[in-house]
Design a protein around this ligand. Structure first.
Ligand code: ATP
Ligand code: MG
Length: 201
């Protein structure tokens, strides 16, 4: 099998993520794309991300209708900061006989060589760099053959913008899947005064 891996904060997941994953699946004939929401940063600050469980559930809701899209808890369940090399190691153990394709946007690809244990990452997966409006793709300095750059239909959407819109009371319909719009409202995420830090049972 050929398995795509789409890592992200997904705070919230939006149609830019979904189009990128879908296009990479088409171009690389992927059997499955696993979405991997990052874990919770241990250092709390004003720019805190939403609780991992909320981001995980939004990712499940957003991907539920696509039979080839799945969601993994490997990063959510691992303590400490998320390093892509750990994500890929965990997934290589889950998919021992399969080829992994790590899908990443132009902005993240830029920093790829500075990532933790970069060359180990290139041994674990092929890297797919997808275009993203507002970010120039520069891949010259990356190891030859390790990264393939593909054009995806331009979706000028970011999670930052989605959060800001909700904070201002503006709609995010059509920027994120319908179920995610409803989940954000139900949980009161991204409203002024910050989001609830944990799920209440
Ligand atoms: P934030 O604004 O909070 O940083 P984001 O929109 O960048 O959120 P992330 O969860 O940080 O979303 O991104 C996960 C991955 O998806 C990254 O590799 C990123 O480059 C890619 N990505 C995000 N938005 C798009 C988009 N509109 N088109 C293509 N790729 C995207
Ligand atoms: Mg980002």
């Amino acid at each position: 099998m050929r398995v795509g891996v789409m890592g992200g904060t997904f705070d919230p997941i939006h149609h830019g993520h979904l189009v990128a994953a879908s296009e990479a699946a088409l171009r690389f004939d992927l059997d499955e794309v696993v979405f991997v929401p990052t874990g919770q940063p241990w250092q709390k600050s004003k720019t805190d991300v939403t609780a991992a469980e909320d981001r995980y559930l939004m990712t499940v809701v957003a991907t539920a209708s696509n039979p080839r899209f799945t969601v993994s808890r490997v990063d959510v369940d691992r303590d400490g900061p998320t390093y892509t090399v750990d994500t890929l190691r965990d997934l290589a153990a889950i998919f021992p006989d399969d080829e992994l394709y790590f899908i990443t946007g132009a902005d993240a690809l830029e920093q790829i060589l500075s990532w933790h244990r970069a060359h180990e990452m290139f041994e674990l997966a092929h890297f797919v760099g997808v275009t993203r409006p507002g970010f120039e793709l520069v891949s010259d300095h990356l190891p030859r053959g390790a990264v393939t750059v593909i054009e995806v239909p331009a979706m000028a959407i970011s999670s930052t913008d989605c959060r800001a819109r909700v904070g201002k009371g503006e709609p995010v319909w059509y920027l994120v899947p319908d179920g995610v719009v409803q989940y954000i409202a139900k949980r009161g995420l991204y409203r002024d005064g910050g989001s609830p830090s944990r799920l209440e049972h």
